[in-house]
Design a protein around this ligand. Sequence first.
Ligand code: DGL
Length: 270
Amino acid sequence: MKISRLSPIGIFDSGIGGLIIAKEIKIQMPNEYFIYFGDTKNMPYGEKSKNFIIKNSIKIASFLYKKKCKALVIACNSISSNALDVIYKKFHKKILIFNVIDPIVKNKILFSSKKIGIIATPATIRSNFYIKKIKKYHHHLDVIQISTPLLAPIIEKGFEIKKINFLIKNYLNYFKSIDTLLLACTHYLFLKQQIENFYHGQVHLIDIQKIVVEEIKKKLNEKKLLCLHSPYKKFPIFYTSSYLPTFFEKKVRIIFGKKALIKTHVFNLF
Ligand code: DGL
């Protein structure tokens, strides 16, 4: 399959979390055209088994591959931590593959931390992926992780600030003495401001989307696949696997404007 600098980037998540990564792609690589898939029918992935996550993410990856994408961005920690090796095996000879965990755990930004807290979905915590990787690259780091299962589904539906602040307080009270917190679920990136308020700026929150997209840009450039200028303006396409959820649409419109195309793709049909 012929791919070029003008081919789209395929981005996927269970829902709105990956929109933060897509937004950062728009900021750092404004000429890139992308296709997004949110598996809203099966959200939350954090509650699903490893097998389920593998099966479904392979379907989505194949769907995006058939759309002639030049790269796949797994914009979901639950998928990255449970299905990365399977997706990689199946696609790495055909297409570039990026995930939201490797650029973070390998980053020198962690050198200056001593004690790091990780909040993530049950599926990500259960995989132990972060602990294994952080221990490999940063022996000095003390790591504590907890699963915060109520957050992603609430964020997906459009959260009330009061309710979310209550949850944040309850979950983060567990982390008293950390110096850095890793929001290890892309949905949580929508809560950055609330979490910063909770810690009064005393705990460092890593700029996940920035680091992940810098890595994507660097690799695309190395492979001569970075789109430096586009002869025509193409608006991104957003697929959801269930009848279009209102909050998803609202977020897409706020971030990407009126011209972004939103479509429903029923999962069982491909
Ligand atoms: N955004 C996803 C993640 O980064 C998962 C949310 C969910 O579906 O549970 O893990």
